[in-house]
Ligand binder design. Structure first.
Ligand code: PHE
Length: 495
C-alpha cells in the first residue's frame, strides 16, 4: 500500500512548507522593490493566476491521479514521458545539495547570534571567518564552521524523510507555522523602529510605469515559478500520497495564497529593518538594500547589531526563521527524489533515504569547501534558469497537448470544490509554455552577452555544461533502468 498523509490538511501544510522557503524572505522583497514596488503586485498576481496556480493544479492532479512521483506519474499519463520526470527529480537533487549548505550557514549563525558574533562588519565575518572564502575555482579544504552545521542539517533531513509520510505530517505541524509566527514578530519589531517607514516606502511605493516594462513581467513569472516550488517534482510526489478523491483546485489556491502572504509579510519585516539601518547609518535606503545570501548573512545581521533592545534575541529568532523556512523546502526536495526512487526500484523507504541522503551529502560537500560559494552560485544559476524552465515547458506541452489539458481539468472538476473553467486549458497549453520559452531564451541570451561576473570563463562553461549534461544523461539511464513494480499494478493510460 502506498503511504498516506495521516491527517486532513497535512498535504496542504506540507506543500506550503515546500513553497515557503528562502525565496520568500530574500528574493520576493527584493524583486518587488526592484520591479516597481507596489505596482509589481499586479503582474505578480496575474502571473500567479495564469501560470503558477494552473501549473500547481496540474502537478497536484498528476501526483494524485497516477499515484507516483514525477517519473511514474508522467509515465502513467503517457509512455515515454518518464524522461521529463527524471529531469525534474535531478534538478531537485542539484538544488538540495546546495540548499542544505545554506541551511548549515543559518545554523552556524544561530549559534553566533547568542553573542552577536558578527559584530558590525558582518561581511568580513561571513566571507572571512565563516566561509573562509578562497578564490573562484579552488576547493581548498573545509572550514569546520560550515562543515559541522552542514552535517547536522543532513542528519535532520535524513531522519525526517526516514520517518515517512506520517513523520512528515508531524514535522510540518511545527516547521510551517513556526517561521510564520516568527516573521510576524520580526515584522512588528521592524515596524516599531525609527526609519521603518522609509524602508516601507522603498519596498512598496508604486511605480506604475513598471507595468509597461517587459522585464518586470518576466521577473513576476520567474518569481512565481520559483516560489511555488514548481517543476521540481516535489508537488507531484506530495500529491501522490493523497487519497484519490481529494480536492485539487481549492488546495492549490490555499497553498499559493499562504505562500504569497508569507512573502509579503517577510518583505515588510526585511524592509522596515533596512529602513532603520539606513536611518542609523544616515545613508539612503537604496545603499543598504540587499537580496539573497547578502541579505540573510550580511545586511540583516548588521541591522540586528544596531538594534536598541535585545538584539541577540532578534538574531536568534531571525536565524531560527531562516532555518525552519529552509528546512521544509529542503526535505520536500529530498522527498521528491526518494519517492521517485522508491517507485522505480521498488525500494524500501529506509534504503532509498540512506542512498539519496548519502549521495546528496557527498555531492554537496563541494559547496562546503572554501571555494564552494562560487560553485553554489553557478549551479543555482544554471538549475534555476535552465532546469526549471525546461522541465516546466515540457510538462506543459506533453501534458497539455499530448495527454490533454481538458482531461486534467475534467478530473479536477469531478473532485474539487472550486470549478475550473476553460481558462485552465488556455493557461496550460498557451500562456505558460510561451512564458517559459521566453524566460528560457532570455536566460540563454543574457548568459551569452553578460557572462556571470567574477567567474573565470572556463568555470562558467564547465559548470553549465556539466550540470545540463548530467541531467540529460543520468535521466536517460534512470528511464532505461528496469522498473520493478511491486504491489501496485500499472494503471497505464486510463481514459
Ligand atoms: N519555493 C522555495 C522558496 O521560495 C524555493 C524552492 C524551489 C525550494 C524549488 C525547493 C524547490 O524558497
Amino acid at each position: 500500500m502506498r503511504e498516506r498523509w495521516t491527517w486532513r490538511g497535512a498535504f496542504v501544510v506540507a506543500a506550503v512548507g515546500s513553497a515557503v522557503g528562502l525565496g520568500n524572505i530574500w528574493r520576493f522583497p527584493y524583486v518587488v522593490y526592484d520591479s516597481g514596488g507596489g505596482a509589481f503586485l499586479i503582474p505578480f498576481v496575474i502571473a500567479l493566476l495564469t501560470a503558477g496556480i494552473p501549473l500547481m493544479m496540474l502537478e497536484f492532479t498528476l501526483g494524485q491521479r497516477f499515484a507516483g512521483a514525477a517519473p511514474r506519474a508522467l509515465e502513467r499519463a503517457k509512455k515515454g514521458f518518464e524522461y521529463v520526470g527524471w529531469w525534474a527529480v535531478l534538478c531537485g537533487f542539484g538544488i538540495v545539495t546546495y540548499y542544505t549548505v545554506i541551511l548549515g550557514w543559518s545554523l552556524r549563525y544561530l549559534v553566533g547570534a547568542f553573542t552577536l558574533e558578527w559584530g558590525e562588519e558582518a561581511g568580513d565575518y561571513f566571507f572571512g571567518r565563516v566561509l573562509q572564502l578562497a578564490d573562484p575555482g579552488q576547493l581548498a579544504g573545509f572550514p569546520l564552521d560550515t562543515l559541522l552545521p552542514y552535517i547536522i542539517g543532513w542528519i535532520c533531513i535524513f531522519f525526517i524523510i526516514y520517518s515517512g509520510v506520517k513523520g512528515l505530517g508531524r514535522v510540518v505541524m511545527v516547521t510551517v507555522p513556526l517561521p510564520f509566527i516568527l516573521i510576524l514578530i520580526l515584522m512588528i519589531r521592524g515596524l516599531t523602529l525609527e526609519g521603518a517607514m522609509d524602508g516601507m516606502n522603498f519596498y512598496l511605493a508604486p511605480d506604475f510605469s513598471a507595468i509597461f516594462d517587459a522585464s518586470v513581467w518576466i521577473a513576476a513569472y520567474g518569481q512565481v515559478f520559483y516560489t511555488l516550488s514548481l517543476a521540481m517534482g516535489i508537488l507531484i510526489a506530495y500529491a501522490s500520497y493523497l487519497p484519490k478523491n481529494s480536492d485539487i483546485s481549492n488546495n492549490a489556491f490555499m497553498t499559493s495564497f499562504a505562500d504569497c502572504l508569507v512573502a509579503f509579510l517577510a518583505g515588510i519585516a526585511v524592509f522596515s529593518t533596512t529602513g532603520y539601518m539606513a536611518y542609523q547609518l544616515d545613508v539612503p535606503v537604496g545603499e543598504v538594500v540587499a537580496s539573497g545570501v547578502g541579505l540573510a548573512f550580511v545586511a540583516y545581521p548588521e541591522a540586528i547589531s544596531l538594534m536598541p533592545v535585545a538584539p541577540e534575541l532578534i538574531g536568534v529568532l531571525f536565524f531560527i526563521t531562516i532555518f525552519t523556512l529552509g528546512l521544509d523546502s529542503a526535505f520536500s526536495l529530498t522527498e521528491g527524489i526518494v519517492c521517485a526512487i522508491m517507485d522505480k526500484f521498488n525500494m524500501k523507504r529506509s534504503q532509498a533515504t540512506v542512498l539519496i541522503s548519502v549521495l546528496a551529502f557527498l555531492v554537496g560537500l563541494v559547496f562546503v569547501t572554501r571555494g564552494g560559494l562560487f560553485w553554489l552560485d553557478l549551479v543555482d544559476f544554471y538549475i534555476m534558469s535552465y532546469g526549471l524552465t525546461v522541465v516546466g515547458l515540457f510538462t506543459c506541452i506533453l501534458v497539455g497537448w499530448v495527454y490533454g489539458a481538458d482531461r486534467i481539468r475534467g478530473y479536477i472538476n469531478e473532485i474539487s470544490e472550486v470549478y475550473v473553467g476553460i481558462w485552465f486549458d488556455i493557461c496550460i497549453k498557451f500562456i505558460t509554455p510561451i512564458i517559459l520559452t521566453v524566460l528560457l531564451v532570455l536566460n540563454i541570451y543574457e548568459n551569452i552577452i553578460s557572462p556571470y561576473e567574477g567567474y573565470p570563463g572556463w568555470m562558467q562553461l564547465v559548470g553549465g555544461v556539466i550540470v545540463m549534461a548530467a541531467i540529460l544523461i543520468v535521466g536517460y539511464f534512470f528511464m532505461k533502468a528496469r522498473t520493478r513494480e511491486a504491489e501496485e499494478p500499472e494503471e497505464g493510460e486510463v481514459s
